[in-house]
Design a protein around this ligand. Sequence first.
Ligand code: ADP
Ligand code: MG
Length: 697
Amino acid sequence: MTATGAPRAGVDRHTPLRFLRGVGPRRAEQLAEAGLATVDDLLFLLPRRYEDRREVLSPADVPGPGSHTVRGRLHELRLIRTRRRNFAIVRARVTDERGFLAVTWFNQPYLLQRFAEGEEVVLHGKVRMSEGALLELVNPSAERAGEPRVTGRVVPVYPSAGGLGSAAVARLMDQALPVLDSDPPPERLPDELLRRYSLPPLARALVDLHRPSGGVSLELLGRGESAAHHRLVYEELLELQLELALLRAREVRAEKRHRYRIDDRARAVAREVLPFRLTAAQKRAVREIVEDLRSPHPMLRLLQGDVGSGKTIVAALALLLAAESGLQGAFMAPTELLAEQHFGNLRRLLGARYRLALFTSSSADASARKALAAGDIDIAVGTHALVQGGLEFRSLALAIVDEQHRFGVEQRRLLQAKGERPDVLVMTATPIPRSLALTLYGDLELSVLDELPPGRTPVATEVRPASARRDVYRRLRDALAQGAQAYVVVPLIEESEEISAASLAEHGDRVRAFLADFPSEVLHGRLAAVERERVMRAFAEGRIRVLVATTVIEVGVDVPNASWMVIESAERFGLSQLHQLRGRVGRGERASRCVAIHGRLSESAARRLEIFASAADGFAVAEADLELRGPGDLLGTRQAGLPRLKVADLVAHRPWVERARADARELVGRLEEAPLAALAERVKSRLRDHHESFAGG
Ligand code: ADP
Ligand code: MG
């Protein structure tokens, strides 16, 4: 196999890059800073795209504008002076016996030195139609015809690295690639897996990516979907999933002490308590949870469901099963108001049979604490007050965290630590696409509520330009006059919270002027927590009719009477965020409406708002958002947990995420087997890097 050229004496995988031709000490430092220290590192720097230079044309045969490669002799190479300083144009003609083509280079005067009159070259670049309707090759790359490095091939274009452009990286790669023959990187995936998906071995995949051979589909290469790409993508995702599976194994490996009694009696109680029929999705989630509770190992599950999909009742049933088994449960919510609301709901459902108590910073009296520690309370509902030191359960068996995305993993762990290997259920209303959920929450099992309870009327959504504002508010006034309540959402202006608060106040004044007859208040993140709670409570109780707010209202307070929402400057919000906001209305009997008012729209903002108006389902919205913005932006800065992926793309490589997840779950129990040694070693060392607390055991 000599696709890679002849090996250079003394170069192997571990050779530092400074021993390559053309790399001095300074350059070596720059490369090292870019993560490229050795030949091995360089081999994993993949092309970002490919150019097809397999077809070489005579200058006379260039059919028209587009990317082309031509061979011919350079004539009339000359520098054209321009009036702009520091701006040089080099012109020439490339000719053969059949014809010629004009060539122009901008700002490359050194070309005059590099090539001699009449020299034979191969040029590749964009051909365009010049003013005189002549075809002209602009800024082509050039090489001497006698030393074809790239001509007649599919040419990889590299990302620039350590101050080197693609061509210079390619020259280094020429020196590095022979190593794939003489000292190939050891295979890290077991044969079994390579065969399962017909993937090439590592060294082969690298050769194919750096030196695509004749038979390769340029189309697949360009999209990152060649078998060679898949080989690296799968490995990257598998390592990540194994890491998550090991983390999970550490939490769930040991058996739990507590046992549930889930028998006919418990089922009868559940039936009696239920105020409505569960949706099919809720039934499925409950079944999955029951199976976990019955298992000798602790549950570690994420319940994902759009706003209003009915996660609370699922949690309530789990708590009921715990209480019915004589075990303690906890339910933690991100705000006091939400905790109170949950407490009220749970007490209505379960209060007749079990003992419930509320724990928030403003309502945890000493006697409740004592009762909790003594085991005289079955279900503790609260805020993060639940995880504070000093609060003790007698024996916490089931820990539930609502709106997990508002907490860190840390708080979940703290709650977990209040018991001995309790079962854990975390819930989130941020619908994220499955491929992303499996990557971000890969250590959790996943239950999804992908269906809304019956009888919900979808929120009618309109997108209107700012010029229609008056009309919108007039209609809002009519709705208010008929007893509705409304949210008016104003974006947070990033640069300064003060400006933001000021603009919000100003907007509040304007809205109030519009809606003078109706009591309104302003809510934003800079208000003290108690003040926020006061305003929110007044709105929930109907004393305030209009709430002018920033996105602080995103999180789950239920105000069924609120049936109108106006979102100002909607173009500034992300798609998922718009959807979250919209979820605040449409929770009661009234037909609900959400009007997004926008200023000038960029193309992407127009696309976002179009999707927002037409898609009602949170998962559909999230899928669209993932494709529009990519995973990092979709999650926002709050979700720092997203791993850095080098080759895999969570949108394009979705099926590989699924495969990697399933395979990791299967492999994690047998990492000790010899064929898995290399893989296991890498994953464990990654874990040690990422999670200092992970001792590997
Ligand atoms: P979320 O998933 O956003 O937390 P909730 O649990 O607050 O949603 O449920 C939203 C509303 O839907 C609540 O008023 C709840 O009582 C109601 N609900 C939940 N499940 C059903 C169902 N199966 N049938 C009818 N109403 C339901
Ligand atoms: Mg909820």
